[in-house]
Design a protein. Structure first.
Lengths: 192, 239
């Protein structure tokens, strides 16, 4: 998060300053990509590129602080992701195998791998095994750092529904972790 | 009343129950907010904390690999410099010229109508051939507005005699201007020109007359002055 520097960085980026935009991008692109990995799969990078193009075109008209900017960006990302899903539903294509997360492993295998060495990608892959709405909400809250109200605005639900979905998702994850430690003791289990 | 109070208490308890988080929910909120759990939490909860922390970990090289491409795309996608930025300075001269033109047209129209103040009307008369200012518009001379008597009516415009301005528009002087001394001397008062005045009608201004009272050719009609001035030329001897 840029926190205090954000207004100045945003102002310069809106004026066309490439270095300010790069700073904004470095700060926001990783969580954007992680969100899209979980919710859009192998289309994540394409959708992210579309989102940044849209940001470049409209950043001059944006008003607000850093949290509002993130809300604006992820709302845009979600709409593009939905458009993408609709397009792909109309014209299904065979998977090309370019994305590492395209062939998602089964939940048990992922948990076992996560418990051996928890990398960012592995953790995201584990979250991606949840139902899509729960995974999306957990990433927006944990990775992007938005509160329940901001997430509710992005996903179009009430804050209460967002909390319930997040709690359900975490409970499911915890049960899978517990099962994995019981069923895969030979793989090292949990070392804390 | 008792039933009502009981239902209120029930609503209060149920609302409190709804707002209170279960231990699992409280832990979940801590995890979602990125807080650390204590060591007393079960291992599965702490593993979950580890997974969420990894998901929110620092950016990887792979994630930041596209920075150059992103900045290039940003520069290419920037909207063109706003034309509105140039619109102001460009619009200003156009507006100024338009305003000046409108003001000029209005000024000329007023001058042609002879409605300008006397000094300005005189200037317009000299520059754009607008009608000369009538004496009534000028500064009143001492004794100029005394009660007209016979022979003093020449300084006032009678109905139907519009003076030099009308002449200048029509291009030919009206027949009413008469030599002043004739009407003044006769003073018949019936509005009809006297015989001598009729004779002076032949002393029409020439074609070169511009209605400014210089068109009469002296001597042609026996007019003593030969200057049918509009100011005093009505000759009708009103009174």
């Amino acid at each position: 998060m840029l926190v205090g520097d954000f207004p100045e960085v945003l102002r310069r980026a809106a004026a066309g300053d490439a270095s300010a935009f790069a700073r904004l991008w470095r700060d926001t692109h990783p969580p954007l990509l992680r969100y899209l990995w979980v919710s859009a799969g192998d289309a994540a990078e394409d959708v992210a590129a579309d989102v940044w193009l849209e940001v470049a075109r409209r950043i001059g008209s944006f008003r607000g602080g850093e949290h509002e900017f993130r809300g604006w960006l992820f709302t845009m990302a979600r709409r593009k992701m939905i458009d993408r899903h609709r397009y792909e539903a109309r014209r299904p294509v065979s998977p090309t195998g370019n994305g590492e997360l395209l062939d998602r492993p089964a939940a048990d295998d992922t948990v076992a791998a996560a418990l051996e060495y928890i990398s960012t990608e592995t953790a995201l892959a584990l979250i991606a095994t949840l139902p899509r709405d729960q995974a999306e909400i957990i990433v927006l809250r944990v990775v992007v750092g938005l509160d329940a109200s901001a997430v509710a605005q992005i996903v179009g639900k009430s804050p209460g529904a967002v909390r319930v979905a997040a709690h359900r998702g975490l409970r499911t994850l915890r049960e899978r972790v517990a099962d994995a430690t019981v069923t895969s003791p030979g793989r090292g289990g949990v070392t804390l | 009343m008792r039933v009502f109070a009981a239902s209120l208490a029930e609503m209060w308890f149920s609302a409190r129950k709804r707002n209170r988080l279960s231990p699992d929910e409280a832990t979940a909120e801590l995890l979602l907010a990125g807080r650390h759990l204590g060591r007393h939490e079960p291992a599965s909860q702490r593993t979950l904390e580890l997974i969420l922390a990894a998901a929110a970990g620092p950016a990887t090289e792979r994630e930041l690999a596209g920075e150059t491409a992103a900045v290039t795309a940003f520069l290419a996608a920037l909207p063109e410099p706003e034309p509105a930025r140039h619109r102001g300075p460009r619009r200003l001269p156009v507006l100024a010229v338009g305003f000046v033109l409108v003001a000029l047209v209005a000024l000329c129209g007023t001058a042609e109508a002879g409605a300008l103040p006397a000094p300005l009307q005189r200037l317009a008369h000299q520059t754009i051939n607008a009608p000369a200012p009538s004496p009534a518009m000028g500064v009143p001379q001492p004794g100029a507005d005394v009660t007209p008597g016979p022979g003093a009516t020449g300084s006032q415009s009678a109905p139907g005699s519009s003076g030099p301005s009308q002449e200048s528009r029509t291009g030919k002087p009206s027949a009413s201007p008469k030599p002043t001394h004739t009407s003044d001397s006769q003073g018949n008062g019936n509005g009809q020109p006297s015989a001598s005045a009729t004779a002076t009608d032949t002393a029409q201004p020439t074609a070169t007359d511009n209605g400014k009272g210089n068109g009469g050719t002296p001597g042609q009609g026996g007019s003593p002055s030969g200057h049918p001035t509009g100011n005093n030329g009505n000759g009708n001897g009103q009174n």
